[in-house]
Design a protein around this ligand. Structure first.
Ligand code: GLC
Length: 439
């Protein structure tokens, strides 16, 4: 660890400790004042390196919001007094579903299921720690329940691929991937409840989703609510019905981690193995696109692959889904972007007219994505590219601070002095901590 890395490490640990709110960690103060599902997975991994109790508590408090149907909600509203966020728990009304806990309050949708592989990371960090092993045995079955939710409630044709019905479930809220499905939504403004956004007064509106997009987010939320958030009517009715490349790859990655953990701790993995073999097969068959040279997301309502090159399409290397030849294509693509003076990995196709290097999921670099893709590249032996992915993130954070996400064009980075979105961001800190401890 060199001097610069030491400084980054100190800062990163301070950020996590500062964002820790006595039992859980916020992604960033102000903009996101509660606990977010996949964020908290990365937070736990970061804390694992210097405060194992916090790492375990983080996951325990996330799963305290788990529903009876197994779903882990995308937001856990630990504080009912905090009113600065929209949509708050009183707008979600998760209690339309009898299996939603009364406390803590939660949202009604989910997010990428990272917790299986995060738990494996913690066990790799502390292979002999008894309190962690005891904790892992309890959490294991809760995570399996959350995977069962995807297969039971989100896969009506029993394909082994799960659907999402809201862009927020994908983790990539406003990716251009969703534009076609979102445009399908016809809003009857007499029926859409009135609401006031909070995000645009806390962050630069030019970096945030537009108001037309936001109305559609609210429309889909209302559709979920109407069907108690897990009813069959969602698949029948939702204009937005997507088999997302990222969420399905993360599910596969976490299935594998749980299978590994089960073997290590002598836990039953029969069901997991069945899901895993069906999902991997379906993923390879349905989502690869030869012309694009990457995987795609599938529009289940329109019944076609969504033909864009974006981060979810190169991501499956993290779950070791691609063949060697497919992985080479993905590696070549990243090397080409690097040679063309982009930081890698941009969240959207830089050659598309829809690319926007500043706006959220339409082009910038996202720290936790770099962390996962780094490991995927290493698994296929692309160590050189993996090193660039690591170095690019370290450099961005060093130059621009611990922001939520970053500019992807090197020529622009030279002219700015901070990153985008929220500052002192938890998953940025965690990714840096793990990169430094596991070079
Ligand atoms: C944004 C991101 C989402 C993340 C959340 C909290 O909504 O798109 O992926 O979980 O912020 O950081």
């Amino acid at each position: 660890m060199n001097g610069k890395e030491k400084d980054l490490l100190v800062k990163a640990k301070q950020i996590l400790s500062h964002n820790w709110k006595d039992g859980f960690t916020v992604p960033t103060n102000r903009l996101y004042p509660f606990q977010w599902n996949w964020d908290s997975g990365f937070v736990s991994m970061g804390f694992g390196h210097f405060n194992l109790d916090h790492a375990m508590n983080e996951l325990a408090s996330l799963f305290s919001g788990q529903w009876r149907n197994g779903m882990v909600p995308h937001i856990i509203f630990h504080s009912e007094k905090e009113k600065t966020y929209f949509p708050n728990y009183d707008f979600w009304k998760a209690n339309v579903n009898a299996g939603a806990p009364n406390k803590p309050k939660t949202s009604g949708i989910t997010q990428p299921p990272v917790h299986g592989f995060i738990l494996e990371q913690l066990l790799l960090q502390h292979p002999k720690e008894e309190k962690l092993i005891a904790f892992a045995k309890i959490l294991f079955s809760k995570i399996v329940d959350s995977h069962r939710f995807f297969y039971q409630y989100r896969d009506p044709n029993r394909e082994g691929l799960t659907f999402i019905f809201h862009p927020w479930e994908s983790g990539r809220d406003n990716s251009p991937l969703w534009d076609e499905s979102m445009d399908r939504i016809v809003i009857d403004y007499k029926k859409l409840p009135k609401y006031v956004r909070r995000d645009t007064s806390l962050a630069d509106p030019s970096e945030r989703p537009t108001s037309e997009q936001y109305d559609r987010y609210v429309y889909l939320l209302e559709l979920g609510k109407k069907h108690k958030y897990d009813g069959e009517g969602i698949a029948e009715e939702s204009p937005f019905l997507i088999q997302d490349s990222l969420i399905n790859a993360i599910l596969i990655k976490s299935n594998q981690s749980l299978i590994n953990i089960g073997k290590q701790l002598n836990l039953d993995t029969g069901e997991l193995k069945e899901w895993q073999s069906q999902s991997k097969k379906a993923y390879k068959q349905k989502l690869w696109n030869k012309e694009l040279g990457c995987f795609t997301t599938y529009d289940l309502r329109g019944e076609h692959q969504i033909l864009h090159k974006e981060i979810g399409g190169i991501f499956p290397i993290f779950a070791e889904i691609p063949t060697k030849r497919q992985a080479k294509k993905i590696n070549d693509y990243l090397v080409d972007l690097h040679n063309r003076k982009y930081y890698i990995c941009p969240s959207f196709d830089v050659d598309s007219p829809l690319f926007d290097s500043k706006r959220y999921w339409r082009g910038p670099i996202w720290p936790q994505m770099n962390w996962m893709i780094y490991h995927g590249l290493k698994a296929y032996g692309y160590d050189k590219t993996a090193k660039i992915v690591r170095k690019d993130l370290m450099e961005l954070v060093q130059k621009l601070g611990f922001y939520e996400y970053f500019e992807s064009q090197k020529s622009i980075v030279k002219t700015i002095n901070k990153g985008y979105g929220g500052d002192s961001f938890s998953w940025t800190a965690s990714s840096i901590i793990d990169f430094i401890y596991n070079p």
